[in-house]
Structures are given as C-alpha cells and as structure tokens.
Design a binder for this molecule. Structure first.
Ligand SMILES: [Zn+2]
Length: 365
C-alpha cells in the first residue's frame, strides 16, 4: 500500500453520541467505500428507541434512529391534539433528547433523523427545525443529524425548489437533507402509493442529475431514489426491484459532472422483505442507509403475542392460575415482563439488518 494513502481496510473509529455535521459525511463516505449501509429504524417511544440502542451495541455499529410524523405524535402520546403538528413537534424533540441522553450510556454512536415529510406536513419539520436552531445556538450542534422531505408527489422543479430552501436553512446547522425522487410504492403512515403509475416507481438518472445540480452547491444531501422498492411486506407482485437504476444514476452524474465514482449517497426505503442479495447489490451502488419498519414492527409484536399465548392462564385475573385459585399473577401482568420481550425481538431483528447490510463489526467505539 502507498504511504499516505487512505485505506478503509481498517474499521472506522467513532465516538458514542449523536453523529452530526462533517462527522456524518465522513461516516457515509466510509460506508460507501467499505460497501456497507446502516439500518434506519422508526421508533415510536422509549421501548423501541432503547432496543435500537441495544442493537447498535450488539452489532458494534452506529444506528440511524428516526421518527416519522405519526411516530413522533405517538411518542408524545395519542391523547394530544395534533391539528397544528404540536404533538409531532414535541414528540420529535422528546425522542431526540431521550436518544441523546441514553446513547452515551449505551456507549453507541447514533444518527438522529426524521422520516417522510410531505408538503402538507411541512409545519412539523418547521417546528422541529426551530427547536434545532435553538439547540444549535446553545450547543454548537444541531438537535437532529438530518431531516427528510418527501415532496415526490410534487412536480420535480417544485420538489427541488422547496428542498433547496430547506437545505439553505439546515446547512447553517451543518445538517443533512434527505430528499425523495420518484415514488416509493406500497403504504406507510397513511400514505398509500399502492395504486401509483408504475413508471413513477423508477427514478430517472436525469432527475437525479437535476437534483444534484440544484442541491450540491447548497449543502449535504442524500437521495431516496425509487427502484421498485415498496413500503411494507407483500407477496411477490409485478413490481420488480431494479437496483441497477442506482448504478446508472451514479455513473451518469460522474460522467456529466466529472465527479469521482459514486458521487451520491442513496437511501433504500422499504427494506423490509428484501432478500440479502438485493440488499447487497443496492449497497454496492452507494446505498448508505436502509429504512426498516415493517420487519421491526413484526419483530416487536410477535414475541409479545407468544408471551400472551403462553401465559394466557395467568392473564385472566389478578388472582388465580393453574397453580392455585388464590395465586397472584402480578409478575406476569407487569407490562415490563412482556414489553421487554418485544424489545429483545426488535433488537435481534436489527442485529440481523446490520449483518445483511455489511455493517456488523466494521466500526470501533
Ligand atoms: Zn420510506
């Protein structure tokens, strides 16, 4: 090996805590060069957040913890009025502060992110950004590492114009913006794209180039491109996954703008249900983040169902079970007993995701 040459054979060393600013760009660059990606898990409260932190600890790799608009609302509590996004804003801040407090205790690096934000939900990200600006003024770093805007329902130029505006604001906080080009199929968070025109499920390299030209001079961004990926898990249908679209987009920009190889950081939405081969191929084309939600929801819920089934005879009343009519069931009823089963299930599924994405054991902290 040549002296002075950066090699990425070595594992990347990171500090526990939230990764922001240039450290996040270095993390994504390392992922791309070493052909691995990080799982991004949607959390809805402290239990899912804590099991995500535990998964990062077991996998020895940084995890991306994200809140969707409705997940953040749930974090704050579904009891609250959310007509002006106030619950989603407060839930996002609470989730971020929860993760910031505990990441250091778990001893893991975390990327804090918010998920899909369509045009009608922009007041949510506006509120979270205002809190992020206040946090930056006090602490010299942003509250979140990155936000996503999903304006893929808008015409391309309108999508990019709004993204440019937000990235201008976020670049001052050294934040990264995730954008969406093309439409992710399936259904998530009440947005149903299962009937969308098939051509929209595949992003064109010329759209990606246009996004690069508009956003690259402004700040750091990642691209959720559509390559036949869908939210949710379905029986095999007629939408085919074509990761080669990502490769074509990278090569097109490299040629047209004379950049180095793989100039873009791609995000793979709808990772649930994908085969390890599909994931490996997408990662080799510059995917640095894969969203996983449906599979972790299943991994959380399934062990709880098993617990309820196994302990059914102990869950009919507070007193009385097969061991005696007056035996107390307190230990079985305690929500900690069954919730922890869900936490362990989700953590194990995320460790599997780290392995599928090639990130397991590629870091030190
Ligand atoms: Zn998504």
């Amino acid at each position: 090996m040549l002296p002075g040459r950066i090699t990425h054979m070595a594992t990347m060393k990171l500090k526990p805590g939230v990764v922001t600013g240039t450290a996040l760009q270095e993390l994504f660059a390392y992922c791309k060069e070493s052909k691995c990606a990080l799982p991004a898990v949607n959390v809805i409260g402290s239990h899912t957040a804590n099991s995500a932190l535990q998964a990062a600890r077991e996998a020895k790799a940084p995890i991306i913890i994200q809140l969707s608009q409705s997940g953040a609302q749930f974090y704050a509590g579904k009891f609250l009025d959310n007509s002006a996004q106030q619950a989603s804003i407060a839930g996002s801040i609470a989730g971020a502060l929860h993760v910031r407090t505990l990441a250091a205790v778990y001893g893991v690096p975390v990327v804090l992110h918010t998920d899909h934000c369509a045009a009608k939900l922009l007041p949510w990200v506006d509120g979270v950004l205002t809190a992020g600006e206040e946090y930056f003024a006090k602490n010299g770093e942003p509250l979140f590492s990155s936000h996503m805007l999903d304006l893929s329902e808008e015409p391309l130029e309108h999508n990019l114009e709004i993204c440019r505006k937000y990235l201008t604001r976020m670049a001052k906080l050294k934040m990264t913006l995730e954008i969406e080009l093309g439409v992710t199929g399936g259904e998530e968070d009440g947005v149903d794209n299962s009937g969308v025109d098939h051509s929209k499920l595949y992003t064109s390299p010329s759209d990606v180039l246009r996004a690069y030209d508009v956003l690259n001079p402004v700040g750091a961004f990642t691209v959720a491109a559509s390559f036949g990926n869908t939210h949710g898990v379905y029986a095999p249908g007629n939408v085919k996954l074509k990761p080669s679209i990502l490769d074509e987009s990278q090569k097109y920009i490299e040629k047209e703008r004379k950049t180095g190889p793989k100039p873009l950081d791609f995000v793979f939405h709808g990772g649930s249900g994908s085969t390890p081969e599909e994931i490996t191929e997408a990662v080799s084309y510059g995917v640095i983040k894969m969203n996983i939600d449906t599979d972790t929801q299943w991994a959380f819920t399934q062990p709880i169902k098993k617990y309820m089934d196994d302990k059914s005879a102990y869950l009919q009343s507070q007193l009385g079970n097969p061991e005696g009519a007056d035996k107390p069931n307190k230990k079985v009823i305690d929500p900690r007993a069954w919730m922890h089963q869900g936490e362990k299930g989700q953590a194990a599924r995320l460790v599997q995701a780290f392995k599928d994405l090639g990130a397991f054991g590629k870091f030190e902290f």
